[in-house]
Write a protein that binds this ligand. Structure first.
Ligand SMILES: Nc1nc2c(ncn2[C@@H]2O[C@H](COP(=O)(O)OP(=O)(O)O)[C@@H](O)[C@H]2O)c(=O)[nH]1
Ligand SMILES: [Mg+2]
Length: 405
């Protein structure tokens, strides 16, 4: 009996010890490793993580200087509502290393804090190299779309001989891209089709980015959200005069359209910006569409689609060399209200050979800009931005006169 009691005492003692041990280990102050919650973008990131103890062993004796708790490092993802928006790039596989530079610039100045998606479109299949290189550098999701043949070919009503003759003549006249078929398909596609690509149907807002462009100042707010909040539809950074020889009959075609569709012309439009004689002639002013932040639903609306259809039927994308810049610009100037168009003065931008660099040194210092005042094209004679200020009744920035020549 005494033996049995001792045996029971041993069991009770062992149980108490076990409970104590469990308690001590669960309240241990050894921290668990804390990893960023963002999703890994590539397989490589999935490599097994070192244990907390192993990490402690790697800690240097003196505390590192980064991260610096007193610096104003941006958070991994900026707060605030996210817009239903994407970057969009039309490119060829051979544009890879030039678009990579553009993306790096967009990411460094803006998107690394916002992680918006990026849609790439091409008339040929993107190569694996193009896909993996761009995916590695874009902070948001990347999507790759093949352009349907019918959006990148001659419509059957185009007279091929006439189109070929024009290309020959434009070549003789040394008109830039005058003899190019692909450039014409590109301009027609950007004018009337990109916003209808299946990959873009999911989005409301787009920001167009081309190869070889750069952004020179920090963009520390969300321009998509700005557009939505301020009820803007179309925006630009650079404006200039179009090369007349590429669009001889564009304006008469526009006038035919507005005569038959007067209901599409907005009351408070920007006609004064694109015509110096109240609509009689076009002064060739246009927004440079290699940069655009705009509303896709507007481009998909009946007025815009009817407009594009009328221009397309007139054949000027092939019988002349109409660019998507004057097409978008004329539509924006006539069918939108003045206050639906926005000049992004604070988005410093270069597409060779022109730069928009915000006037005013303090702005450039505050936004860590890498462009200089003398680069700014806004106030030069060939720009239409001065006229835009006039028509919109905006006050020109202090010091603009010094940048005029
Ligand atoms: N997929 C594809 N993209 C093109 C083609 N031609 C031009 N692009 C793209 O269309 C945009 C405008 O072309 P770009 O050469 O920059 O013309 P520029 O800015 O007017 O001199 C850029 O995003 C180009 O990558 C083409 O034949 N195929
Ligand atoms: Mg370009």
């Amino acid at each position: 009996m005494a033996g049995q009691q001792r045996y029971l005492r041993y069991i009770v003692f062992a149980l108490v010890c076990l409970v104590l041990l469990l308690f001590i280990s669960s309240s241990s102050s050894v921290p668990t490793a804390h990893w960023p919650t963002s999703k890994p973008k590539t397989e490589d990131v999935k490599a097994s993580q070192p244990s907390a103890a192993a990490q402690d062993a790697l800690k240097p004796a003196t505390p590192p200087t980064t991260p610096n708790p007193h610096s104003s490092l941006s958070p991994a993802t900026a707060s605030g509502d996210r817009m239903n928006a994407t970057f969009v790039t039309l490119a060829r596989n051979e544009d890879l290393w030039e678009i990579i530079k553009s993306i790096r610039s967009v990411e460094d100045r803006f998107n690394r804090n916002y992680n918006y998606d990026w849609v790439f479109l091409n008339d040929k299949e993107f190569s694996d190299e193009f896909k993996r290189t761009t995916t590695a550098i874009v902070s948001g999701k990347t999507k790759y779309g093949l352009i349907p043949k019918e959006h990148w070919s001659f419509p059957d009503f185009i007279d091929q001989d006439r189109a070929a003759k024009v290309r020959e003549e434009m070549k003789e006249a040394q008109i830039i891209y005058g003899d190019s078929i692909s450039y014409r398909h590109m301009c027609r596609y950007e004018s009337g089709f990109f916003f209808r690509h299946k990959l873009l149907l999911d989005y409301e807002w787009y920001w167009r980015v081309e190869p070889s462009v750069s952004f020179h100042c920090d963009i520390s707010y969300d321009p998509f959200k700005f557009m939505a909040d301020k009820k803007k539809t179309y925006s630009f950074t650079i404006s200039l005069h179009e090369y007349e020889a590429t669009i001889p009959t564009l304006w008469s075609t526009v006038k035919n359209f507005t005569k038959t569709h007067p209901q599409y012309v907005s009351e408070d439009n920007s006609m004064a910006w694109i015509s110096d004689d109240n609509g009689e002639t076009y002064n060739n002013c246009h927004f440079w569409s290699n940069f655009e932040i705009g509303n896709l639903n507007w481009l998909r609306s009946k007025p815009y689609l009817d407009f594009f259809e009328a221009l397309d039927q007139a054949g000027g994308f092939f019988y002349e060399r109409w660019g998507d810049a004057p097409v978008h610009s004329i539509a924006a100037a006539l069918f939108l209200k003045k206050d639906q168009i926005h000049f992004f003065n604070d988005i410093a931008y270069t597409h060779v050979p022109f730069t928009h660099c915000p006037t005013g040194e303090q702005f450039r210092l505050d936004h860590k800009c890498t462009c200089q005042s003398e680069d700014n094209f806004d106030w030069k004679g060939y720009s239409c931005t001065d006229k835009y200020y006039e028509v919109m009744d905006m006050e020109r920035p202090v010091g603009y006169e010094r940048e005029q020549d």
